[in-house]
Design a protein around this ligand. Structure first.
Ligand code: ZN
Length: 292
């Protein structure tokens, strides 16, 4: 079974807990180095991934975007500036996505973008209008719903496997549009690949990347991922800044500092180990394989 490997292509100053405390003149880009190290690993292991790209990173690094495309990875959207859906109106999301499409059209002409991940997993029932906007703008799938409520994000009780979220309640599956002729999956539906959590003794344990890949014991992560794989594919997500030892560490309040920087040194070896132990592909490919 192949699993989805996803990289949120954002710089070290984009995360939600960092951006508000950092003056613009201290935002020294580091994405070329940090993403370069990740690309080296993927090249060495012959693994293709999905890169959810922040538009302003693409604008400042078109060569990096071309390299990612040339090496056979999938390109997808992570918003223009990492602004969350909670901070946007439907009209603002529409223009954000239009600007992103124009920018990527220039950087990598002809490359189709069909996947979206909301910054900070900000797709929940308060922002479910985004599903309709994504469909209108030609997206096929989304991977933004965290099926577990955390202090920052999440949708309690959401499905654990890929599903078509109801436009009335993203925690439930529902057909959004008519089925296509010939029994294909409905063309007017946006497929959701929720972030992977492991269900254990009535609890949901998030194991799929980011802070969880850094702070949880690696043995527990491996056990949980194997358990998920007995039933369905999982998704792993990492950020270049949290795989890169030279990421600047800001003096954030303690909980934020811990959530953002703890154990960054462990992520690259852990990711390499995951690539050795599990099979991965871009998210679009994994979803197509599930539908076949
Ligand atoms: Zn992000």
């Amino acid at each position: 079974m192949r699993n989805a490997l996803t990289i949120d292509l954002e710089d070290w100053y984009h995360p939600e807990l960092v951006r508000p405390v950092l003056a613009p003149d201290r935002q020294e880009p580091q994405i070329a180095e940090s993403a370069g190290a990740l690309l080296d690993l993927l090249r060495a292991r012959h693994v293709k991934a999905t890169f959810f790209v922040v538009g302003e990173v693409a604008r400042n690094n078109p060569d990096l975007i071309r390299t990612i495309a040339d090496e056979g990875h999938e390109l997808a959207c992570h918003g223009m500036s990492h602004r969350t859906l909670w901070q946007m109106t439907p009209e603002e999301l529409r223009s954000d996505l239009a600007e992103f499409a124009q920018l990527m059209g220039k950087a990598v002409p002809g490359v189709e973008i069909v996947g979206y991940r909301a910054p900070t997993f900000s797709l929940d029932n308060s922002t479910r209008w985004a599903l309709t906007v994504l469909l209108e703008m030609g997206y096929h799938y989304d991977s933004s719903i965290f099926p577990l409520k955390t202090p920052l994000y999440g949708v309690a009780g959401g499905p654990l496997e890929p599903y078509y979220p109801s436009l009335d309640d993203v925690a439930t599956a529902g057909r959004q549009g008519p089925a296509a002729p010939g029994g294909d999956h409905p063309r007017d539906c946006l497929l959701e690949f929720p972030m992977s959590v492991c269900s254990w003794a009535g609890m949901r344990i998030p194991v799929c990347g980011g802070v969880y890949l850094r702070v949880l014991p690696f043995g527990l992560i491996l056990r949980c991922l194997r358990q998920i794989n007995r039933q369905r594919p999982f998704v792993v997500y990492v950020h270049p800044w949290e795989t890169y030892p030279r990421t600047p560490r800001l003096e954030l309040p303690l909980p934020s500092r811990w959530a953002t920087y703890y154990n960054i040194e462990a992520v690259m070896p852990r990711l390499a180990s995951l690539l050795d132990q599990f099979s991965f592909a871009p998210m679009r490919t994994v979803l197509q394989e599930m539908e076949a």
